[in-house]
Design a protein around this ligand. Structure first.
Ligand SMILES: Nc1ncnc2c1ncn2[C@@H]1O[C@H](COP(=O)(O)OP(=O)(O)O)[C@@H](O)[C@H]1O
Ligand SMILES: [Mg+2]
Length: 262
């Protein structure tokens, strides 16, 4: 069963100078139920555009996007925002927490918007906070906690409504490698224990090695796809081979790959 189907999707951006950027060219992609899918590609390859279009943040010019058989391209604005709140959890590179709210209040925002008071009063918030190891910081404000903790709060907020899909755009991009490993281990936990379906954009091979399958984007097109066979270390090697094959990674002498783990 596919939770997400992206069919023949095209997207271009037009600027005032009438220079059009074709960001996505006829993309076809599926996310299976309980799959952890990675999207890789260099900066500007269209990763964020794909994630934004697939999650309904932005509209595509052509094609169709189905989330559990609901074509979100056909939804009206209000219908789409309710649908997104109930079915989609988002995690961003810069966390997007509300600075004037405490950790606990941030997590509850989706529940408040949907008037799900019974969940707020129940155990679920505490259960997830405990799972993500943020239960000790529930009364703190975002500026009082580390980047890694902020990202775990953002993940907690993303899953509080029990979404069908979690979309994450470079979730480890703004945190140190140790915190990144912790964040990734929580995605792994959500995937393994809570049957979450996750679509994660990253340009970091180490993060991508946590996925079941990785799709590679270049200039708005999918150029390759590989599936995990064996463990993370083996998958990391396969990912590196693909990146080298397509010359999107260069080491030391011509480093254009700023987050190389080597
Ligand atoms: N709002 C925008 N207006 C115009 N061009 C954009 C906009 N957002 C992205 N682009 C362009 O679209 C292409 C894909 O961008 P993006 O999806 O952000 O790539 P990535 O996330 O892989 O770095 C790039 O050439 C980028 O400059
Ligand atoms: Mg991006």
């Amino acid at each position: 069963m596919n939770v997400l189907e992206v069919k023949n999707v095209c997207k271009k951006y037009s600027s005032i100078k009438k220079v059009n950027t074709i960001a996505l060219k006829n993309i076809n992609l599926t996310l299976e139920n309980n799959e952890f899918l990675g999207i890789m590609g260099t900066s500007g390859s269209g990763k964020t555009t794909l994630l934004n279009v697939a999650s309904g943040i932005d509209k595509c010019d052509e094609g169709e996007i189905n989330i559990w058989d609901n074509n979100i391209c056909k939804m009206k604005k209000n219908e789409l925002s309710v649908f997104r709140r109930n079915n989609i959890g988002m995690v961003f590179q810069d966390f997007n927490l509300l600075s004037s709210l405490t950790v606990k209040e941030n997590i509850m925002v989706p529940l408040i918007l949907d008037k799900k008071y019974e969940i707020m009063e129940g155990d679920i918030v505490n259960k997830f906070a405990n799972m993500l190891d943020i239960d000790e910081i529930m009364e703190k404000y975002p500026y009082e906690i580390s980047g890694g903790q902020q990202q775990r709060v953002a993940i907690c907020r993303a899953i509080i409504n029990n979404p069908k899909i979690i979309f994450a755009d470079e979730p480890t991009g703004n945190i140190d490698s140790k915190s990144a490993e912790k964040v990734l281990s929580y995605f792994e936990l959500l995937h393994d224990e809570c049957n979450a379906s996750i679509l994660m954009v990253t340009h970091d091979p180490f993060s991508a090695s946590y996925c079941d399958r990785v799709v590679f984007l270049q200039d708005g097109s999918i150029i390759k796809e590989i599936r995990k066979q064996g463990d993370k270390v083996k998958f990391l090697n396969n990912i590196m081979e693909v990146l080298q094959e397509f010359n999107t990674i260069k080491f030391k002498n011509g480093a254009n790959y700023e987050k190389s783990i080597i």
